[in-house]
Design a protein around this ligand. Structure first.
Ligand code: CMC
Length: 376
């Protein structure tokens, strides 16, 4: 039996043609295009097309892809009633996991797993998921639901459904950039979960549901909410150093720092840092950015030598706050974007499937006599 690799670190378990990561140099590319160029110039819809088709679309192809997604903004009949039957106190990530699973009940052929069917089901979830999050947020706040507007991009429409008014171009563009940055990232934990589930030839909904469950963990996508909670706990910029050093002393993890693959600065964090600074200044949240920046300085002195730098979740917290998102919508927003990546991986897995079935090294006893219950 080969030695156990805890956390599967360094194990190559799949091939992908979507994202390339060089963790030593801090490089991330989607289909060969640097993430920074995409965040600056692309749109989320175009990025998903790129990931699924391994090339940028022609104008007519992009228009048709966007129209296809927009035609799926509205929920299937009955889903709104299902959603508004949920407890208002439910956490949005639990809601999203449950409702993405429930979408399978509204699909007459939920188990079709040929590549074209998987694309169609993925498009359904991609189109419906922002509506689920926005509807739930308004429902729990006792506000009337705002129906989607098909004339808007996914980013714009999401903010419109949440807030009941069209967002400014700056806010819509900031959100769009966040969606691009979070769309795919190699064989991260939730993507692996999706690939593991679909490798049994289960179904797209089950695979996406598993992925959402994985993403919400604080070591994964849930870290963005952890970062915001930390920022809220630190009363002033001056208090940041002591807060961080005390936690490091206790061997606590500082949320938004460190990465299994990156041992250099996460290129998504580079982009988000600039975006967070600009948005914070524009929205009167400069102190929040200053606090983040101070935490980064302290972490830099304390642990950067170990290859621990801000990851995507660190500055996305300030960014989301400035966009006006409630704290528990941070991780759902990550999920809305990552559905693009998960679906791409599900399609890749189905196109060349082999069941994932690793082994465990047994460390328990052997030859133990069975003792009947009355004799124990
Ligand atoms: N704060 C303080 N120390 C850290 C941190 C951190 N955030 N991350 C890693 N370390 C230290 C850790 O204590 C250990 O030190 P030592 O060797 O002295 O015991 C060393 O770095 C290696 O840590 P590890 O936990 O074995 O590394 P890993 O590859 O298993 O974990 C990680 C990666 C992302 C789970 C971890 O860095 C972490 O828990 N970070 C905080 C949570 C977080 O921000 N997660 C988001 C990840 S990126 C985007 C995403 O997936 O959403």
């Amino acid at each position: 039996m080969p030695p156990v690799t805890k956390g599967l670190e360094g194990i190559v378990a799949a091939e992908t043609a979507m994202s390339f990561i060089d963790g030593e140099k801090g490089v991330l590319e989607y289909v060969g295009i640097e993430i920074d160029a995409l965040a600056r110039h692309s749109t989320f819809e175009e990025t998903v097309f790129l990931l699924w088709n391994r090339r940028l679309p022609l104008k007519a192809e992009l228009d048709s892809f966007c129209a296809d997604i927009r035609s799926r903004y509205e929920l299937p009949p009955g889903m709104e009633q299902r959603l508004t039957a949920l407890p208002k106190a439910a956490e949005p990530m639990h809601m999203l996991r449950t409702m993405v699973s429930a979408l399978s009940l509204h699909d007459p052929r939920p188990n079709d797993n040929d590549v074209e069917s998987a694309r169609q089901k993925s498009l359904n979830v991609l189109g419906h998921a922002p509506t689920l999050v926005a509807y739930f947020d308004r429902y729990r706040r006792g506000l009337p639901i705002v129906h989607p507007d098909k004339s808007m991009s996914m980013a714009e429409n999401f903010l419109y459904m949440l807030n009941g008014e069209r967002p400014t171009p700056t806010m819509a563009r900031a959100l769009d950039a966040c969606l691009i940055l979070h769309a795919d990232h190699g064989l991260n934990n939730s993507t692996f979960a999706a690939r593991v589930v679909i490798s049994t030839l289960s179904d797209v909904y089950s695979a996406l549901t598993a992925a959402i469950g994985s993403l919400r963990g604080p070591l994964h996508g849930g870290a963005n909410e952890g970062v915001m909670k930390m920022l809220n706990e630190i009363p002033t910029v001056e208090a940041a150093e002591r807060y961080v050093l005390e936690r490091l002393e206790k061997k606590d993890k500082i949320m938004g720092f460190g990465h299994r693959v990156y041992k250099a600065y996460d290129p998504r964090a580079t982009y988000l840092k600039t975006l967070a600074k600009k948005l914070a200044e524009d929205t009167g949240n400069a102190a929040l950015y200053e606090k983040s920046s101070r935490i980064e300085q302290v972490m830099g002195k304390a642990v950067a030598a170990k290859g621990i730098y801000p990851n995507v979740d660190f500055y996305s917290a300030t960014t989301y706050h400035c966009i006006g998102l409630r704290l528990d919508l941070f991780t759902p927003l990550f999920a809305l974007s990552r559905i693009g990546g998960w679906a791409g991986h599900i399609i890749e897995q189905l196109a060349d499937n082999r069941l994932y079935r690793p082994e465990a090294s047994y460390v328990g006893p052997h030859g133990v006599r069975y003792v009947p219950v009355g004799e124990r």
